[in-house]
Design a protein around this ligand. Structure first.
Ligand code: CA
Length: 104
């Protein structure tokens, strides 16, 4: 590590660490703290992204999201697959993200 890293983690690094911490918090419920089972994914979505899931008129949307995100079809969302979820959500609401550039 060069000296430019001694000032602490960058904003991006903190974001990644936060996402990893969130994943581990929900993923740890069944003993595998590195990936979300479908049940954990549903808990995560309904808890953390309740405003998103509440607005979904299609009850199968989370099932399809899980299926789409689970690239290797192992029934679990690992960190990479979880990041695809976050990226997809970020793309789905660019206006909301853009409307508050100074918050957080
Ligand atoms: Ca997977």
């Amino acid at each position: 590590m060069s000296s430019k890293y001694t000032a602490g983690p960058t904003e991006t690094e903190r974001c990644i660490e936060s996402l990893l911490a969130v994943l581990q918090r929900y993923a740890g419920r069944d003993g595998n703290a590195c990936s979300l089972s479908k049940k954990e994914f549903l808990t995560f979505m309904n808890t953390v992204l309740g405003s998103f899931t509440k607005n979904q008129k299609d009850p199968g949307v989370l099932d399809r999201m899980m299926k789409k995100l689970n690239m290797n079809c192992d029934g679990q969302l690992d960190f990479g697959e979880f990041l695809n979820l976050i990226g997809g959500l970020a793309q789905a609401c660019p206006e909301q993200a853009m409307s508050s550039p100074t918050s957080g």
